[in-house]
Each structure stands twice: as C-alpha cells, then as structure tokens.
Design a protein around this ligand. Structure first.
Ligand SMILES: O=C(CO)COP(=O)(O)O
Length: 138
C-alpha cells in the first residue's frame, strides 16, 4: 500500500511518535510525506519515506495529484485545527480529493491508530482488489 503521512507543525512530534511506535507495520509499505514531515519521520525512525515539497509550497497538492491518479491508498494527516494555515485551500483540496476517490483518511491520532491496526490485520486489502480491477480496465 502507498501511504501518505502529513502533519502540521504543532503535530509533528505526534506523528514522529506514531511512526516510530508503528515502524514495524509502516515499514512493510511505501511511505510518502510532505517535505518537513518526511524529513523528521525518517530522521527519528529510520523509515524510508519519499518526500514531496513542503506543504505550504505545494506538497499537499502533489499528494492530491497522486490520489487523483489512484496512486495513494491511505492518508494519515495530523491536522492542527487550532492554527490558521497559509495554505488552507490546499489542505481543504486534499481532504476533498480523498473523499472524491474514497481514500481512507485519518486526521488525528485516534483514528490513525485504528487505521494502523486495520493495516496490520489486512482490513485494507480491498484497495488492492480495486487497483487490480482498474489495471485490467486500462
Ligand atoms: O503543511 C503541511 C500540510 O498541510 C505539512 O507540510 P510539511 O510536512 O512540509 O511541514
């Protein structure tokens, strides 16, 4: 599965702890992140993370583009709901495109933990089935 990890500045520590705690599960997947989030996660956990641009300069849009192309299977986005973001339109667009394409989206630690346990159990295998069907259509 291709998994995107994103966190606003006030949530960076939280996503670092999350990625480190669940490294044994996350390392079985392809990980993607916005620039600063990816750098911090890989430095702290040693996980291999592909890094897009930083969020405020286009990283959220790049992840949105992957979703539009059905190339992202899950988004874990620790949003900061208490701080205004200069790139709020990009954030909203990313959440919207997840809903358009029915991409599992966790926006806080509690839901992300449920996702990660589901990931471990194989609850998201339906994503692979959908992708295989899409590939056959091409
Ligand atoms: O702003 C972000 C998401 O909207 C995150 O970007 P960074 O990971 O580059 O800080």
């Amino acid at each position: 599965m291709n998994i995107a990890l994103i966190a606003h500045d006030e949530k960076k520590q939280e996503i670092i702890h999350f990625a480190t705690a669940y490294k044994h599960i996350l390392e079985k997947h392809e990980l993607f992140a916005t620039g600063t989030t990816g750098k911090k996660i890989s430095e702290a956990s040693g996980l291999d993370v592909f890094r897009f641009q930083s969020g405020p300069v286009g990283g959220d849009q790049q992840i949105g583009a992957k979703i539009a192309q059905d190339e992202m299977d899950m988004v874990i986005f620790f949003r900061d709901p208490l701080t205004a973001q200069p790139h709020e339109p990009d954030v909203s667009a990313l959440l919207r495109i997840c809903d358009v394409h029915r991409i599992p989206l966790a926006t806080n630690l509690a839901s992300a933990e449920i996702f990660i346990r589901g990931l471990e159990r194989g609850d998201f295998e339906w994503r692979e089935i959908i992708k295989e069907k899409l590939a056959k259509k091409d």
